[in-house]
Design a binder for this molecule. Structure first.
Ligand SMILES: [Zn+2]
Length: 291
């Protein structure tokens, strides 16, 4: 079993949910502890579970974007091991590159959004790729699955037929629609579409997203909605590029598209600002020379 801890990012509920697993073996595991700016809220949520920081044995990271992994160092300093894809291990051991990349997107809002980011000692970092089994005791386990596209190093986790998907299956908040988060710098839309095909083959019974929680859609519909939205987002940017549309105009169009996808909830742009996804897609088509 698992618990979703809402860490109320930017005072907005249902933006970031950390997964807490109290394993029958006695181990406590967190998937994606969220940013350091929300650590106090996370600690308050943990204390309701009668846990303190030092009671967490393992932190599993779907990827190292700061809204997922920013607080990892605090858990490492309190004794936890941090599990991450080998490609991303250097980014948390020495976060300079990660911070530089995030600063290009968020500029002077870095501190307010993410708080502090400290390096994690190499001995606390364990690398995981596809197919790593975490024994939870009592016949239960977690299984890692490599799900690249959103980033080159994205990992999701199966618990039975439940998929903890990080960002691999997009953002879906409450009754809103599925919106693809496409930040720079290493977004690969084609790889992501292939990942979605792979996930479909072992169709989950339940999808759990970092943004936010259990999807209210049937998993097949959810994945299809994600594929459609991702392709449409890319198509819009390619088209805009082809027409040499002014950036302000394209951004307006793109914002309208993301708003339509999201339908109801105002929480979407808090965690997935359209300008960020637009710049990720623009970078992707430039790197791949798509026109
Ligand atoms: Zn991300």
């Amino acid at each position: 079993m698992y618990t979703i801890l809402d860490i109320n990012f930017q005072n907005t509920p249902k933006t970031i949910g950390c997964i807490l697993i109290k394993a029958p073996s006695g181990e406590n595991i967190i998937i994606d502890p969220g940013p350091h700016s929300c650590l106090a809220t996370l600690q308050a949520a943990l204390s309701k579970e009668n846990l303190v920081l030092g009671d967490i044995h393992k932190v599993l990271l779907t990827h190292v974007h700061l809204d997922h992994a920013g607080a990892s160092w605090a858990f490492a300093e309190a004794g936890a091991s941090i599990f991450v894809h080998p490609v991303a291990a250097p980014y948390i051991e020495n976060p300079q590159k990660l911070l530089a990349s995030a600063t290009r997107i968020y500029q002077d809002r870095m501190q307010e959004l993410w708080g502090e980011v400290r390096p994690i000692s190499g001995e606390k970092i364990k690398t995981i790729t596809n197919g790593q089994l975490f024994n939870l005791g009592d016949g239960q386990n977690l299984l890692s699955v490599y799900t690249p596209g959103h980033t080159k190093h994205h990992i999701s986790f199966w618990q039975g037929k439940t998929l903890f998907a990080g960002d691999a299956l997009g953002v879906k908040i409450g009754d809103g629609g599925v919106v693809p988060p496409c930040p720079p710098p290493d977004l690969e839309v084609d790889v992501w579409i292939e990942t979605l095909e792979q996930i479909k083959k072992s169709m989950p019974e339940k999808i759990v997203l970092t943004h936010f929680g259990e999807s209210t859609m049937a998993p097949g519909h959810h994945i299809l909605a994600m594929q459609t939205a991702l392709s449409a987002a890319l198509g819009m940017v390619v088209q805009g590029n082809k027409q040499k549309l002014e950036h302000v105009k394209l951004l307006k169009e793109f914002e309208g598209f993301y708003e339509k996808l999201a339908k109801t909830s105002a929480a979407y742009p808090v965690i997935n600002p359209p300008y960020m996804s637009l710049s990720g897609l623009e970078r992707f088509i430039k790197v791949r020379d798509i026109h």
